[in-house]
Design a protein around this ligand. Structure first.
Ligand SMILES: Nc1nc2c(c(=O)[nH]1)N[C@@H](CN(C=O)c1ccc(C(=O)N[C@@H](CCC(=O)O)C(=O)O)cc1)CN2
Length: 284
């Protein structure tokens, strides 16, 4: 029997509809939520994601502004741009699209975003608050995965979650959010010896390693929930995840597809966080 598909497009749309209602309420009170998206350089994938973010904002009545900077922009110029956005009353969320060109230090740039506008949840203060379980903006991809699990009725408490990947923006926060919901969490990564001996124990397996079709049937326990965070290109340049879907389908109880699984949730939770930032501003 095939695994149940966790549909990120459908769940994302349901959440976007609720966020759109909050935008209407804010506009009735004279405030239009505004997101500034900063794109540096010519990375084609980044340009597509940024375009999708802007379209998604427009679709629910939010204001969005693209600040497009050339590849040779200096770090100082970028920091000055962010400082200007920090001051603007009409901008409630600031997002710097990653990756940045190599001559710019991502950590310094992210740390310059005002914490109350850090709708990506990447700044050191946001990460620290998340670790402490304090109210803050959660990073959009792991936040989206938590929503997928919630909307699919998947129990987390008492389950063994195994994360494959340890990036700052997905793997590390993902484990933390699952821990806060009382999962037992194991972190693994591409250099973990005998990876299947760990992943085979997972009730919830999160693949966030960034390698096409890396997770195969030998990694997955019968009945596990498999969440694929990867966005890769295979040998035929076709979009694929970190999970070999064909092999794992039928072993997992639930699985997210790529495309149409976690990806759409990343932008959904960005909208969610930006509206939250605007509501916070009004409540000040
Ligand atoms: N500042 C940030 N930079 C990056 C982030 C981020 O959350 N904040 N995440 C990724 C890229 N990303 C958003 O920026 C992103 C990636 C993929 C998708 C998505 O919807 N994927 C679709 C497939 C799209 C396609 O056809 O290529 C899917 O999986 O269905 C949305 C957002 C790195 N940078």
């Amino acid at each position: 029997m095939s695994s149940a598909i966790i549909n990120g497009k459908e769940i994302g749309q349901e959440i976007r509809n609720a966020v759109a209602e909050r935008v209407i309420r804010l506009k009735e009170r004279g405030l239009t939520p505004g997101l500034a998206v900063v794109l540096v350089g010519d990375n084609q994938a980044s340009a597509t994601y940024v375009r999708n973010k802007q379209k998604s904002c427009e679709a629910i009545g939010m204001f969005s502004e693209l600040i497009k900077l050339p590849e040779e922009t200096t770090q100082e110029e970028l920091l000055a741009q962010i400082q200007r956005l920090n001051q603007r009353e009409d901008i409630h969320g600031i997002l710097v699209q990653l990756p940045l060109p190599k001559h710019i230090d991502e950590d310094t740039v992210i740390a310059t975003i005002a914490v109350e506008k850090d709708v990506d949840g990447f700044s050191p203060v946001s990460v620290g608050k998340m670790m402490l379980g304090q109210e803050t903006f959660l990073p959009c991809t792991p936040f989206g995965v938590m929503k997928l699990l919630e909307y699919s009725g998947i129990e987390i408490a008492g389950k063994h979650a195994v994360i494959v990947g340890r990036s700052h923006i997905v793997g590390k926060p993902m484990g933390q959010l699952l821990l806060q919901k009382d999962a037992t969490v194991t972190y693994t990564h591409s250099k973990t010896p005998d990876l299947p001996s760990f992943t085979k124990q997972a009730d919830i397996l999160i693949a966030a390693v960034g390698r096409a079709n890396f997770i195969t049937k030998e990694h997955v326990k019968e009945g596990a929930v498999v969440i694929d965070v990867g966005i890769n290109r295979d040998d035929n340049n076709k979009l694929c995840g970190d999970v070999n879907f064909v092999e794992v389908d039928g072993i997992a109880s639930h699985i997210t597809p790529v495309p149409g699984g976690v990806g759409p949730m990343t932008i959904t939770m960005l909208l969610f966080n930006t509206v939250q930032a605007a509501e916070n501003k009004l409540a000040q």
